[in-house]
Design a protein around this ligand. Structure first.
Ligand code: NFS
Ligand code: SF4
Length: 671
């Protein structure tokens, strides 16, 4: 096993402690493998093509800047003549397609469940948020009342849902026209998309067409490939992901502020620990219900445990955290570590971001890995198929397996003490409410503070952990730098969990980390400076919040006018690329860290980092250093402030603050 420098692997003391345990016990983790296997230098640039059996073909970077000979050029082509631009764009496009497919197939499952719930064919589920159901129904032109005029009476939730469900589900297979939620975007944004010809027709069709175009010998124009990538990504952000957010809110409740705990310290030595890992909240919702049933608690006690402790991991964690305050064991790079505690009796996975290594790590301990989705199996795991018609029974069965496994624990168990309190659940609607109460609730309050200069701008910090960089470190450095500069942070996914682990998801952290202006605003409203908005599909909430800012007025007429920027400093998944692409296409300056997958083509990279801005008002950028990343985001935000003519206001605010400080200092001297 490799020699590891623990503090370089993760900044989280809980992770460091467990990595030491793993090493002492001879258990290999992703960090060992990362040390042993370096990324392929050609693959990392996106410059390897293996889409036909004449390859794989590699296109190395040009040896000289200018004056390349024909012979040299030929060496930088696939056998079929595909250029670096084509090959790199195809690889990028396929990442967008896979990422969009993940979010969208998740979403399709939720839509199907929604229809089953509407028809009373499920076990354990119900329509929890009728108010949101009505709001969403209106957006789909589904009537929420029956009869006309004075005789009109409200339609029952089931009735509305029965009409709404199939309408939404149809969007996945829709062949022509426009996806419905395009209408939610600012008018100007819609016009840009129509002009560029990238308004998605449906969800599936855009993924299929993108895959088709990247087949051998089809689309060989990088610009055209990126155009379809945009269309596909928009179908993800403004349809697939947005639909899952909406329907999950209707079924499980629209998040409102709730307290939670995060990090491996939430596991309990004397309880049956069940970790729910994955992305779709369907089963975790039922595990949450089942874990409270007296019979199961009694059963756990009969095996010598004091009770059942549920904990989440990855986006499944975010879903149940923000709706029920279920504690979170950790983000992506914590999955193996949870098993290494020796205290996890079952790790239940559904789909996405699950490392196959879990099977092997689990064999060194007693942990039972339970797969539950027929689309995501592992050969050595126990498979208990999820079925929404008997969801509660499946949840009970899973918990029983975990309880039965509790007596099999082998010493030594090590649960790190780290866990931090968090306040989460900042849905787009909740933020609106908090900004002005239910009656005047409006994003204008936020805009007003941005215009006035107390808040310099808004940043989205999202995305994964990546074992090629110190876990959580870039997230934290970036977020702290932004807060110090009065930039409020909206966060989702593993980034939000990273913020939580180090105490940034509490209102108290505002005075500690924020510049004076932002601290004042957070204290007045009573919110943390980092707003946890949910799982990665809930990046759609950020799109809605951005749109609401535009509509509230005073900050331009489009998302690209806002003093805002987005970042995924520790990204690793294809989903992150799909998300980034829809943010760029929605007008947002979006930065990624770690590495950048199109460096194999300078021309393509130049287009994504610059040229694309002329078309969409947003652009990509890459920056591995989180401090530089913050600087770039701040510079962009300031540029937008200037364009809006509100740069002077901020100078005034800073001047006021400086004067206040001097006055206070003077007053201090007098006493
Ligand atoms: Ni998002 Fe959530 Fe985490 Fe990355 Fe994976 S869990 S969907 S992909 S690793 S943020
Ligand atoms: Fe090589 Fe062209 Fe086949 Fe790709 S499609 S593997 S570049 S021959």
């Amino acid at each position: 096993m490799a020699e590891l420098e623990f503090d370089k692997l993760s900044m989280d003391p809980a992770a460091q402690e467990l990595l030491k345990k793993a090493q002492a016990e001879g258990v290999e983790t992703i960090f060992d493998r990362a040390k042993a296997m370096k990324p392929c230098p050609i693959g990392i640039e996106g410059a390897c093509c293996r889409i036909c059996a004449q390859g794989p073909c590699r296109v190395p970077p040009p040896k000289k800047k200018e004056g390349e000979t024909t012979e040299e050029k030929k060496q930088r082509m696939g056998l079929c003549g595909a250029t670096a631009e084509t090959i790199v764009a195809r690889n990028f496009a396929r990442m967008v397609a896979a990422g969009s497919a993940s979010h969208s197939d998740h979403s399709r499952g939720v839509a199907k469940l929604f229809i089953e719930v509407a028809n009373g064919r499920t076990q354990g589920y119900q329509i929890k948020d009728v108010a949101k159901l009505r709001r969403v129904a209106r957006d789909w032109d589904v009537p929420i009342t029956e009869g006309e005029g004075e005789d009109a009476k409200p339609r029952s939730p089931e009735d509305i849902a029965k009409e709404l469900g199939p309408k939404i589900l149809a969007e996945f297979g829709q062949q022509d026209g426009e996806i419905n939620y395009v209408r939610r975007a600012p008018k100007k944004r819609q016009e840009i998309w129509r002009k560029q010809g990238v308004v998605p027709r449906g969800v599936d069709i855009e993924v299929v067409e993108l895959m088709y175009r990247t087949h051998m010998g089809v689309d060989q124009d990088y610009h055209n490939l990126i155009k379809q990538s945009t269309r596909c990504a928009l179908a993800d952000g403004w349809s697939g992901s947005m639909i899952s957010t909406d329907l999950q809110d209707i079924l499980f409740g629209c998040p409102t502020p709730v307290a939670g705990e995060i990090n491996l310290g939430v596991l309990k030595e004397d309880h049956v620990n069940v970790v729910m890992h994955g992305h779709e909240p369907l089963l975790p919702e039922m595990l949450f219900v089942a874990a409270q049933e007296p019979e199961l608690i009694e059963y756990a006690k009969s095996k010598g445990a004091k009770g059942i402790q549920l904990a989440g991991m990855c986006c499944s964690a975010n879903e149940v955290l923000m709706r029920h305050g279920v504690p979170v064991a950790g983000n992506y790079l914590h999955q193996e570590l949870a098993v290494i505690t020796g205290a996890v009796d079952a790790l239940v996975v559904d789909v996405q971001c699950e490392m196959q290594a879990l099977e092997n790590v689990a064999q060194c301990y007693h942990t039972k890995i339970i797969t539950t989705d027929d689309r995501a199996k592992m050969p050595k795991a126990t498979h208990i198929p999820f079925d929404d018609h008997h969801a509660l029974d499946v949840a009970r069965q899973v918990l029983r397996e975990a309880i039965d496994n509790y007596p099999n624990r082998r010493a030594p168990v090590l649960i790190p003490k780290e866990s931090s309190p968090t306040i989460v659940g900042f849905s787009y609607e909740t933020i609106q409410y908090l900004l002005g109460g239910s009656i005047r609730g409006s994003y204008y309050t936020l805009n007003d503070n941005v215009i006035g200069g107390r808040v310099r701008g808004v940043a989205g910090v999202v995305g994964c952990n990546n074992c090629r960089t110190t876990q959580d470190s870039s997230h934290l450095t970036l977020i702290k730098e932004l807060l110090k500069n009065d930039i409020i942070v909206l966060s989702t996914g593993c980034a939000a969990m990273a913020a939580g682990k180090y105490g940034l998801l509490t209102p108290e952290s505002a005075s500690k980390y924020c510049g004076e202006g932002l601290a004042e605003v957070c204290e007045t409203v009573g919110i943390p400076p980092v707003l946890h908005m949910g799982a990665c599909v809930d990046n759609s909430r950020i799109l809605m919040a951005a749109t609401a800012c535009v509509k509230a007025g005073g900050l331009g007429t489009d998302i690209s006018d806002l003093p805002a920027a987005g970042a995924a400093p520790e990204w690793m998944s294809e989903k992150a690329i799909a998300i980034g692409q829809y943010f760029v296409a929605s007008g947002v300056y979006t930065l990624f860290g770690v590495n950048w997958p199109t460096t194999g083509s300078e021309i393509l990279t130049e287009y994504l980092f610059k040229g694309i801005e002329e078309e969409y008002g947003g652009k990509w950028d890459f920056e591995a250093d989180p401090e530089m990343m913050a600087k770039k985001m701040i510079a962009h935000i300031d540029l937008k402030r200037k364009a809006l003519g509100i740069d002077k206001a901020r100078e005034r605010v800073l001047m006021d603050m400086e004067m206040r400080r001097q006055l206070e200092a003077a007053a201090g001297e007098e006493h």
